[in-house]
Design a protein around this ligand. Structure first.
Ligand SMILES: CC(C)(COP(=O)(O)OP(=O)(O)OC[C@H]1O[C@@H](n2cnc3c(N)ncnc32)[C@H](O)[C@@H]1OP(=O)(O)O)[C@@H](O)C(=O)NCCC(=O)NCCS
Length: 138
């Protein structure tokens, strides 16, 4: 991904519109991710150069668990799903994890995204647990 891709990537993210997300600061956070080698922002383009998928990877760890490459976001354009793009993006994530010496790829997926769960299971991912997510606005 390059800085000029920000608008196209934001549009892809907005396709998951059921979440009323606040997009203020999106561009700033993209710039922050570019400046931090633990983050990787990846896009896939079609033959015409149009961005058809976006993925955000983060090298991280918990003191109490093995380090991992976490997939923080993965979106394939709704017009391009079911054509192997998502599978290629995840293959990239796995290669990137190996290149960084990380023993696993880890991700969260909302309970309602049953299509995505099937996608990950087909790629060999196992469900570890379900969680409740808390937030306090400050
Ligand atoms: C989930 C998502 C990333 C999958 O990407 P995709 O490009 O559509 O998936 P692919 O075409 O690469 O599919 C790879 C495999 O996953 C499985 N799969 C993909 N979508 C599936 C679906 N809706 N139902 C069942 N299986 C599915 C298929 O077995 C497929 O195997 P095949 O190549 O043998 O057909 C994409 O549909 C998407 O962006 N969804 C909305 C956003 C989202 O849910 N992101 C994940 C958040 S955790």
């Amino acid at each position: 991904m390059s800085p000029s891709d920000v608008e196209a990537v934001a549009a892809l993210c907005r396709q998951l519109a059921s979440e009323a997300r606040n997009w203020d600061g999106f561009e700033k956070r993209v710039a922050l991710a570019f400046s931090d080698p633990r983050h990787a922002l990846i896009v896939a383009v079609d033959e015409t150069g149009k961005i058809v998928a976006w993925m955000h990877l983060h090298e991280t760890f918990l003191v109490a668990a093995e380090p991992c490459l976490q997939v923080l976001a993965l979106v394939v354009d709704q017009e391009c799903r079911g054509r192997g793009v998502g599978k290629e993006m995840m293959a990239f994530a796995e290669k990137e994890a190996s290149a960084r010496g990380l023993p696993r790829v880890y991700l969260h997926s909302q309970i309602k995204r049953t299509d995505a769960h099937k996608f990950y299971e087909d790629l060999g991912y196992s469900q570890l647990k379900t969680q409740v997510v808390f937030e306090k606005r400050l």
